[in-house]
Design a protein around this ligand. Structure first.
Ligand code: DLL
Length: 432
């Protein structure tokens, strides 16, 4: 059993969690109906009144909100409080289309930071730690969220933001950072840079809190080995608050969703039907105590599985699996569904780092799939296997995983651009 930031709620009985959810949901639906005209209209169209929602069993009666609703209601249409009571906005980078602007009251920020504090403590953080935050600061939620959580825990917080790897390593060694928070792709790059400089023995890192983009179990192992740390997953999205909607504990096999603030459902992305526990589907969140941006039944487009199996860490909140992809990053290549994470799994299993690019195109009406991956310096010195043999091995392993053939190109170390935030790995030329 580990440490907790808010033990009473993180380890509350199922009955207590349901009682909290019932009470908060009923109030929240009433508040949203009264204050958010956009959602009131949706409820009216569906013929649902606040009185119809008596407990979480009635949740399925409420209409969904989607990213398109955020666009239609942009910028103020989904607010639950007047602007005079809001103290902050955060926003997405808009990599998958439109920008999202989310609003916060001070109360919303306090809850968000508490959620991040829970994640830091679950990763072993205490007030004696030096928490190095290399997520971007500014509009992106990563930096501000973990910064706030780190303050709440009482860690010495290094608000590094992203970029300037040289300086990151300098602070890390000089100030003895013990916890690092950044995207997994940047963690892999930091690991590579630290080992190249031969300063691995000068860093004191023990844990990393990595999220904001998909990463595989193989990538976790590779980062853990490269930096000599335990790597924990953290999930969240701007619409719902930011990082800390869910986080991993010492079991490192799924993320506890902060159920006293967010109710999670898994739905069939095609039909919208709620699926039973254990099914893979689209994750939907209902914020039950957010004030400024109180989204109900928001469809995340993220695919995962929920599990209520008892966790050895003592926490009782439902766990979501590592993300299996997004309904919108699934590539359909020659009719076959391909998730970038499947490709990454094969590459790392075969000994490569997560430095790759997936290029999809359409030539003569047929889809093409090309995977570029960097050879590692160790492979270059290994004479038992030539480049063409390595490419052949990857073609076979990818075929076994995906069911379709990919053209593989092994490229020079460092020839694929590194990212300081979320990595850009998929180039789908068919859409251009
Ligand atoms: O990425 C919030 C965040 C910051 C989470 C730092 C964790 C750490 P957005 O920019 O709004 O917010 O992007 C949200 O990123 O819907 C997922 O598709 C993806 N994502 C977030 N965390 C994970 C994760 C932040 N742990 C979108 N694994 C989400 C896989 C993730 N994908």
């Amino acid at each position: 059993m580990g440490n907790y930031y808010q033990k009473e709620i993180e380890c509350a009985s199922r009955d207590k969690i349901i009682a909290i959810q019932n009470e908060k949901l009923v109030k929240q639906v009433k508040r949203v109906y009264e204050n958010v005209e956009y959602y009131r209209k949706k409820m009216d169209e569906k013929g649902v009144k606040p009185e119809d929602i008596k407990s979480i069993d009635d949740l399925h009666k409420l209409p969904f909100l989607m990213k398109s609703d955020l666009r239609d209601a942009y910028p103020y249409g989904l607010m639950g409080k007047p602007l005079s009571e809001c103290v902050r906005i955060q926003s997405t980078s808009g990599t998958t289309g439109r920008r999202v602007v989310a609003f916060y009251t001070q109360h919303d920020i306090d809850i968000w930071e508490e959620c991040c504090a829970r994640a830091i403590v679950a990763a072993g953080g205490t007030k004696d730690d030096v928490c190095h935050v290399s997520y971007g600061y500014g509009l992106f939620t990563g930096g501000p969220g973990l910064n706030g959580g780190s303050h709440k825990v009482g860690c010495l917080t290094l608000p590094m933001s992203s970029g300037n790897t040289e300086r990151q390593i300098q602070f890390m060694t000089d100030l003895g950072s013990t916890i690092i928070c950044c995207t997994p792709s940047y963690a892999a790059y930091l690991s590579e840079s630290i080992n190249e400089r031969g300063v691995r023995d000068q860093i004191k890192l023990k844990a990393g809190i990595f999220g904001a983009e998909a990463w595989s179990e193989e990538m976790r192992k590779s980062i853990e080995k490269g930096l000599g740390i335990k790597a924990y997953d953290i999930y969240g999205l701007t619409e719902i608050s930011g990082p800390g909607v869910s986080f991993e504990c010492e079991e490192q096999n799924g993320m506890h969703i902060n159920e006293d603030h967010f109710i999670a459902e898994i739905i069939d992305p095609e039909t919208g039907e709620v699926l039973p526990e254990g099914s893979v589907g689209e994750l939907v969140f209902t914020c039950i105590d957010k004030e400024a941006f109180p989204l109900l039944r928001y469809r995340t487009r993220d695919l995962c599985v929920l599990s209520r199996k008892q966790c050895s860490c003592g926490r009782t909140h439902v766990k979501m699996s590592r993300l299996m992809g997004r309904t919108d990053d699934m590539l359909i290549i020659r009719g076959v569904n391909v998730f970038p994470s499947q490709i990454e799994t094969v590459l790392i299993k075969d000994g490569y780092q997560a430095n790759y690019q997936i290029i999809v195109d359409r030539v003569n009406n047929s889809d093409t799939l090309d995977v570029n991956v960097e050879i590692t310096p160790e492979m270059l010195t290994d004479t038992t296997m030539g480049i063409s043999e390595r490419e052949k091995q990857l073609v076979n392993d990818l075929k076994a995983m995906l069911g379709i053939k990919a053209a593989v190109h092994i490229v020079e170390p460092k020839s694929i651009a590194r990212s300081e935030g979320k990595a850009v790995r998929i180039i789908d030329k068919r859409k251009i």
